[in-house]
Write a protein that binds this ligand. Structure first.
Ligand code: PLP
Length: 410
């Protein structure tokens, strides 16, 4: 039994009753209730926090900027990215249910060599749960070492995420002894419980703004990066809770080469990319969740696509200005902090000095400053990849798998 086992008194009662079947000398329900209550208190206090409350700080990116830019520092999460929120929430919620039932022990399974796999390993370590992470061969050694460093079992399989994921689901998960173990499958982004966890970001933003006496109606936009859309979905759901999803627009940022949301919007249906090509590897997800497209259409979120080169330049500038190294996935959002004119263009209006823009610094642990410099140097050696501002990404047909009967808007 794990110390962070059954959480609620009710589930402890259930657990206790199941124990009673084996321990015949206890018969009094009152004693069981008292014991369950005491255990619950002890367990509740022993429960480690799965994610951090992060600061929302006003930052000066560019003295000439119109609006005030606040950064939500998700890079300060235990795993270095926002993934700790949703993935931590999923793992702890499922573990509580399984342990509450009392018949099996949870085992965490993740198929991401990126920040999602690392977040799963960090959460599992905090909760003292066994964890297996299947990573594709493309995963950087640094990430594999970080995941292993949390005590997770790392299995290298497949040349990309889908192959790693199917090895995990079809082979590894089926090999566990189902009589005593219950797998907790952790998708990198496509799970409503993950979005529920990410939504806590909005609770914190609202409470930080309140503490700063910043009225919510001054917030003119929230900028977030989009890979599969889990972070975006969480923010929308967080805003919905406060009836703000119609009032505060989201600016969804992608990089060219993995602009799946932007393409899906142009096509009007979720498409799949069969090839990903961007330095923002954490955004290189071949499909977005269908809920993401629904929300973008429902709430009129703005889609922005940036070139790799400008994002790398921003990452390096940000490291110099703020002494923090970010992944390009995060640099894509920070780029808008330096370039509010892109926000104004997307929103279709000018911003005022009292207006507030919130940029989610989603974090990421996969690169060093040397990686950023080398990637930029490579792009600079290839002048044909130079920045083409204002360019609307084309619908590169050979790279896109259209859903059946989807019509490409001309
Ligand atoms: C650092 C970072 N930012 C943004 C994203 C995109 O998140 P989502 O897939 O939830 O859209 C990821 C995904 O792995 C990430 O690792």
């Amino acid at each position: 039994m794990y110390i962070n086992g059954p959480q609620s008194t009710k589930s402890l009662m259930k657990f206790w009753r199941s124990m009673k079947r084996h321990i015949n000398f206890i018969s009094c329900d009152n004693i069981a209730y008292l014991a369950a209550f005491l255990m619950n208190q002890a367990v509740f206090q022993a429960m480690p926090s799965i994610y951090n409350k992060t600061p929302l700080l006003k930052q000066i990116f560019n003295h000439a900027t119109s609006a005030q830019v606040f950064v939500k520092y998700e890079c300060l999460q235990p795993s270095g990215s926002f993934k700790s929120r949703g993935i931590g929430h999923l793992i702890s919620k499922r573990a509580k249910d399984i342990q509450g039932d009392g018949r099996k022990s949870p085992h965490v399974f993740s198929s991401s060599g990126g920040n999602a796999g690392y977040a799963a390993a960090v959460a599992a370590q905090k909760l003292n749960l066994p964890c297996t992470v299947v990573i594709p061969t493309t995963t950087k050694q640094r990430m594999a070492d970080k995941i292993r460093g949390c005590g997770a079992n790392v299995v290298v399989q497949g040349s990309h995420w889908k192959e790693a994921d199917s090895h995990l689901k079809n082979i590894l998960q089926n090999q566990v002894n189902m009589a005593i173990l219950e797998p907790i499958y952790v998708h990198p982004f496509d799970n409503p419980t993950i979005w529920e966890g990410h939504a806590s970001i909005v609770d914190e933003i609202i409470s930080s703004l309140k503490n700063e006496n910043t009225a919510l109606n001054r917030v003119k936009g929230i900028v977030c990066s989009v890979g599969g859309g889990g972070l975006y979905n969480g923010i929308i759901q967080g805003l919905e809770k406060y009836n703000l999803a119609n009032k505060i627009p989201l600016l969804a940022v992608e990089t060219k080469g993995c602009h799946v949301l932007n393409t899906s919007l142009q096509v009007g249906q979720c498409v799949e990319f069969n090839k990903m090509n961007s330095v923002a590897t954490s955004l290189c997800t071949s499909q977005i969740s269908s809920r993401t497209l629904d929300y973008v259409q429902k709430y009129g979120s703005k889609s922005i696509v940036l070139e790799d080169k400008e994002v790398l330049q921003t990452c390096l500038k940000y490291a110099e200005n703020f002494n923090m190294i970010t992944e390009p996935a995060c640099g894509a959002s920070l780029h808008l902090g330096y370039h509010p004119q892109l926000i104004e263009r997307a929103l279709g209006k000018n911003l005022d000095k009292d207006d507030v823009i919130i940029v989610i610094a989603c974090g990421g642990s996969s690169n060093t400053i040397l990686d950023l410099e080398e990637s930029l140097a490579k792009l600079e050696e290839a002048p044909h990849l130079s920045i083409r501002r204002n360019a609307t990404p084309s619908l590169e047909h050979e790279n896109i798998i259209y859903p059946k009967r989807a019509q490409v808007a001309s």
